[in-house]
Design a protein around this ligand. Structure first.
Ligand SMILES: *Cc1c(COP(=O)(O)O)cnc(C)c1O
Length: 341
C-alpha cells in the first residue's frame, strides 16, 4: 500500500442524504460541498448526494463552482461566499447562482441571486433587505450556534421569518445540518447541509444518534516496530519517554497528511485494537504505543471502524469540520478510492 489510503463510501453519503431528506419533511436538501466536500472529494460526494435526492450544490467560491460543474448533472450550483466582479462573470458563464451579503455593492444582474440577511451571525449578511430586483431567487441567513444554543437559534429564525414574510414566494433557506436536524421551524424551503452529509455529528457527539453513517475511512500500516528501553524517547522533543520497556509502531502519516500535531494521545486501531498515539506527531510519521510486537504491515485504522473524526477533534480541541478539511487525501502522499456500500 502507499503510505495511506482514504476510502469514501458513496452508499454512506446517499444514506445520510436520505436521512436528512427524511427529517426535512418536504424541504429541499442542498448539499454543501465546499472545501472539496470537507476533504471527502467534492465530485464524488456531489454525484452521490444528487443521486439520493439533493437538488442543489453549495460551494464557497466561483472557482469551486467551476470545479464541481461537471459533477452537477445540471443541478443548481450556489456560490455562498462573496463574489468579486470577476467571480460574478465566471459564475454567470457557469450558470451558477450567487449570494449577495454586502449592501455596499449593487446587486449584479443577469444571474440568479440569493440575498443573505444577518440575523445574528455577525459576519456576512445584510442588515435589511433592499428592494428586490427580478434576479433575486432566494433569501437566506446562517445560524451562529444551532449546535449549542437553541434560544439564540430560535431568535435568529424568528428574525428571518419576520424579515422575509412578505417574500414567501422566493426560496427561503436558513438551516445548516444542526438546524435541519433539531429545529423544524427552520427547515423552510431548503436546508444547506454539509457536515451531516458526511456522517459527522454537527453536535460534536455521536453521528449515529441521528442515524448518520461516517463516509470516510483512513487506513495505513505499521512500517517499523521498535522496542524502547526505559529512558528511551520517540520523536521530536522527547515528549514520550518510556518508563518501562515499551513496544512502539511507526505509522507513515503525519501532520502533512492531516494527522494534526495536536492529536498526540488520540487512539487508532492496530490490528483492530485501540492503541494510543504517543510522542510528537511529525510531518510524515506518528508513533503508536503497542502492547507487544506486531508484524511490519500490521493494519492501522486512523478513521473508521468506530474511530471517529469527532473523537480526534475532541483530543485536538477542535471540531470535526476542521479535522476533515485538513485531510490531504490526494496527490503523491496518499491513495484515494471510492466504494459503494
Ligand atoms: C458551510 C455552510 C453550511 C453548511 O453547514 P454544516 O454545518 O456543515 O451543515 C450552510 N450554510 C452556509 C452559509 C455555510 O457557509
Amino acid at each position: 500500500m502507499s503510505r495511506s489510503l482514504f476510502t469514501l463510501d458513496l452508499a454512506a453519503i446517499r444514506h445520510n442524504a436520505r436521512v436528512l431528506l427524511g427529517v426535512l419533511g418536504g424541504a429541499e436538501l442542498w448539499a454543501v460541498v465546499k472545501a472539496d466536500a470537507y476533504g471527502h472529494g467534492a465530485a464524488d460526494v456531489a454525484r452521490a448526494a444528487l443521486d439520493a435526492g439533493a437538488t442543489a450544490l453549495c460551494v464557497a467560491t466561483a472557482g469551486e463552482a467551476e470545479a464541481i460543474r461537471p459533477a452537477a448533472q445540471g443541478a443548481r450550483v450556489i456560490v455562498m461566499g462573496p463574489s468579486s466582479p470577476a467571480d460574478v462573470v465566471l459564475a454567470r458563464e457557469l450558470g451558477a447562482e450567487i449570494v449577495v451579503a454586502d449592501g455596499a455593492t449593487p446587486v449584479p444582474e443577469g444571474i440568479p441571486v440569493h440575498l443573505k440577511l444577518d440575523t445574528g451571525m455577525g459576519r456576512w449578511g445584510l442588515a435589511e433587505l433592499p428592494a428586490l430586483g427580478r434576479d433575486v431567487v432566494g433569501l437566506m441567513s446562517h445560524f451562529a450556534s444551532a449546535d449549542s444554543d437553541p434560544a439564540f437559534t430560535r431568535l435568529q429564525t424568528a428574525r428571518f421569518l419576520e424579515a422575509t414574510a412578505p417574500h414567501a414566494h422566493l426560496t427561503r433557506h436558513l438551516a445548516n445540518s444542526a438546524g435541519a436536524l433539531r429545529f423544524p421551524e427552520a427547515r423552510l424551503d431548503a436546508a444547506r447541509c454539509g457536515i451531516a452529509l458526511y456522517g459527522i455529528s454537527p453536535f460534536h457527539g455521536d453521528a449515529a444518534d441521528d442515524g448518520l453513517r461516517p463516509a470516510l475511512r483512513w487506513e495505513s500500516e505499521v512500517v517499523q516496530v521498535r522496542r524502547l528501553a526505559p529512558g528511551d524517547g520517540t520523536g521530536y522533543g522527547r515528549r514520550f519517554v518510556a518508563v518501562a520497556a515499551t513496544w512502539i509502531g511507526l505509522v507513515p502519516v503525519g501532520y502533512a497528511d492531516g494527522f494534526r500535531r495536536d492529536l498526540t494521545g488520540t487512539e487508532v486501531l492496530v490490528e483492530g485494537r485501540r492503541r494510543r498515539i504517543v510522542g510528537t506527531v511529525s510531518m510524515d510519521v506518528v508513533a503508536v504505543e503497542l502492547e507487544s510486537a506486531v508484524p511490519v504491515g500490521a493494519p492501522v485504522t486512523l478513521v473508521g471502524d468506530g474511530i471517529t473524526i469527532e473523537e480526534h477533534a475532541r483530543v485536538a480541541g477542535t471540531i470535526g469540520y476542521e479535522i476533515a478539511c485538513g485531510f490531504t487525501s490526494r496527490g503523491p502522499r496518499a491513495q484515494r478510492q471510492v466504494t459503494d456500500g
